[in-house]
Write a protein of this length. Structure first.
Length: 399
């Protein structure tokens, strides 16, 4: 089969990344129908599938073939588009390799594989870049709360920004203050859309693995009274009050220990820096952990919550001995008995500015938009006359 020029035709995967039951691949552009005809054939006759988007939008069953090799059984359809000659869709099985081979074949015939957010990469109509970004994030949403939040932003964020642009035409200073406030609050939206990493750190035998399993709701880490049981970090995704979380259990930090344990501790230390939140788990029934405090004081920051574990046992030390720079002392819990877990979860949500209902207002949900909004809000007064136009072009994504 001879290759033709399809430089103006793009393709993208509409379904979420990863393995699934089906995958939907969109072809959009003047040569979409030619590509369908090139690769998709009738199963029995081996003749090319012919689609007529203007007169027949019926699903057609066929086989996607590359050099006469069947890649997958597929369903295809097409429809006209206001901006392009045709939009066609290939519905295939959702295996990773199937999708990769179909995209590679389309690209080999000149189609451009689109990976960035934009109206062409969305399964649903988007009138602006910010709506297309909401749809792109929606396909990757990990919790129901995140889905509800992104649907709300798809419908409400653009009207809110348009109202802000109108305000900027009359009162640029007031618009700038509201824009700055929106950027500051939008960390919560970023967490909901993309998730957060929570690392449990602390000295050996403080109950980190037991607390990890309690928060996770299942056995994720091995529990044992012997110090040094956790020999490497363990990470798994979960939902905490509807917030997508990657929970990381790390080995206990201590100076002594064999070479394997020290190597495991060294491997876990990067989590201290990359985690959005550290849960510092301390055993209040044991002597005060001076060695751990001294070893980790330089690494601890304000994105930490101090947890006094084993509250079911008699306390052996006072809270006031903890360094002031370590962050907020949260609550006493008993990971073994489950006491204090509800309050702990609420305090974690509060640390991410996500108490119940916090997302029921306009918020950005991508780091780029937060940075762009903060930059517009901090511009000097001489640039304020152009603020309405740049809110439309930079934040909404329309000129």
């Amino acid at each position: 089969m001879t290759a033709v020029d399809h430089s103006d035709t793009g393709c993208c995967v509409l379904t979420p990344p990863g393995t699934g039951a089906i995958a939907v691949i969109r072809l959009q552009g003047p040569d979409a129908l030619k590509l369908i005809r090139h690769f998709v054939h009738h199963r029995q006759t081996d003749l090319p599938i012919e689609l007529d988007p203007h007169n027949d939008r019926t699903l057609r069953y066929g086989q996607f073939c590359v050099d006469r090799e069947v890649v997958d059984d597929v369903l295809v359809c097409a429809r006209p588009d206001e901006e392009h000659c045709c939009v066609a869709e290939i519905n295939a099985h959702g295996g990773l390799r199937v999708v990769e081979r179909i995209l590679a074949a389309l690209q080999g015939q000149g189609a451009k594989v689109l990976t960035e957010s934009g109206p062409a990469c969305s399964a649903w109509p988007a009138r602006s870049v910010i709506e297309a970004e909401a749809l792109a994030c929606l396909s990757k949403a990990q919790t129901r709360r995140a889905v509800r939040f992104l649907i709300r932003q798809y419908h409400e964020l653009r009207p809110f920004l348009e109202e802000l642009a109108n305000l900027a035409a009359d009162d640029a200073e007031a618009a700038r203050r509201r824009l700055s406030d929106l950027a500051a609050k939008s960390k919560a939206g970023l967490i909901l859309a993309n998730g957060a990493t929570v690392a449990l750190v602390g000295p050996p035998n403080a109950g980190k693995s037991t607390l990890t399993n309690r928060l996770f709701g299942n056995t994720l880490s091995l529990e044992c009274d012997e110090p040094g049981t956790t020999r490497d970090w363990v990470a798994e995704p979960m939902s905490l009050l509807g917030i997508p979380i990657t929970l990381v259990d790390t080995p206990g930090i201590r100076v002594e220990g064999d070479l394997l344990e020290q190597a495991a501790i060294k491997r876990s230390l990067p989590w201290w820096g990359v985690a959005d939140l550290r849960l510092v788990v301390l055993d209040k029934s044991a002597p005060f952990p001076d060695d751990f405090i001294n070893a980790c004081s330089a690494s601890m920051g304000d994105q930490s919550l101090i947890i006094g574990n084993k509250a079911d046992l008699e306390s052996a030390w006072q809270d006031g001995r903890l360094p002031d720079t370590w962050g907020e002392y949260v609550v006493q819990v008993s990971a073994k008995e489950g006491a204090g877990l509800v309050e702990l979860e609420q305090r974690i949500a509060g640390k991410f500015s996500l108490p119940s209902g916090a997302e029921d207002c306009p918020l950005f949900f991508t780091e780029q938009k937060i940075m762009q909004a903060a930059a517009l809000a901090n511009e000097s007064e001489r640039d304020w006359n152009d603020l309405p136009r740049r809110i439309h072009s930079t934040l909404i994504g329309i000129d």
